[in-house]
Design a protein around this ligand. Structure first.
Ligand SMILES: [Zn+2]
Length: 175
């Protein structure tokens, strides 16, 4: 129950990060990665991590969630984050079945499309049901899955991808 409730919470937190202009400046540090692999799952601005903790800790207290369930959620969340960002090609029939239950790398790649209407979809981290339930599910990209550009239309230069540039990226004007 705790795992499902926290997964729903971070689905909506993720949507909020895309909707609110100031929060998007923090979250777009993650989205400005122009190539997806498991390291992308670790690329978040420190202020977004603090914000996430500031939402999750009160939620755990309100839910009265047992420590073991919170630990299980965190283990699953990190495992699924690595999986969803991994540069993996799953057999398509298996992938289509799997995405009825959980977020697959192909499903999450769409969330990293350079096109706004595509990166404003597939917000889920673990269960894929939230996107289907709340109307944000997108099955495929406009272009072929292996050829659509990832990242953002801005912040694509090598000097904009350094650690220091990423840390101050939220201060730069929105794209
Ligand atoms: Zn996002």
């Amino acid at each position: 129950m705790t795992v499902v409730a926290l997964d729903l919470l971070i689905y909506w937190q993720h949507r909020l990060l895309h909707i609110n202009g100031l929060l998007w400046r923090l979250h777009r540090v993650h989205h400005s990665d122009t190539a997806l692999d498991a390291t992308s799952a670790l690329r978040f601005h420190p202020l977004e991590i603090l914000l996430s903790m500031g939402i999750k800790i009160p939620a755990v207290l309100v839910l009265g969630a047992p420590p073991g369930a919170v630990l299980l959620f965190e283990i699953l969340l990190n495992g699924f984050a690595l999986f969803a960002h991994a540069n993996l090609g799953l057999p398509s029939r298996f992938e289509h079945l799997l995405r009825y239950a959980v977020v697959t790398p192909e499903m999450h790649r769409i969330h990293h499309s350079v096109l706004r209407e595509e990166h404003d979809s597939n917000y889920g981290f673990q269960l894929s049901i939230w996107d289907r339930l709340f109307g944000s599910y997108r099955h495929a990209t406009r272009d072929a899955p292996e050829s659509f550009p990832l990242g953002l239309s801005t912040f694509r230069m090598a000097h904009e991808q350094t650690l220091s540039a990423l840390l101050i990226q939220p201060l730069r004007s929105a794209d």
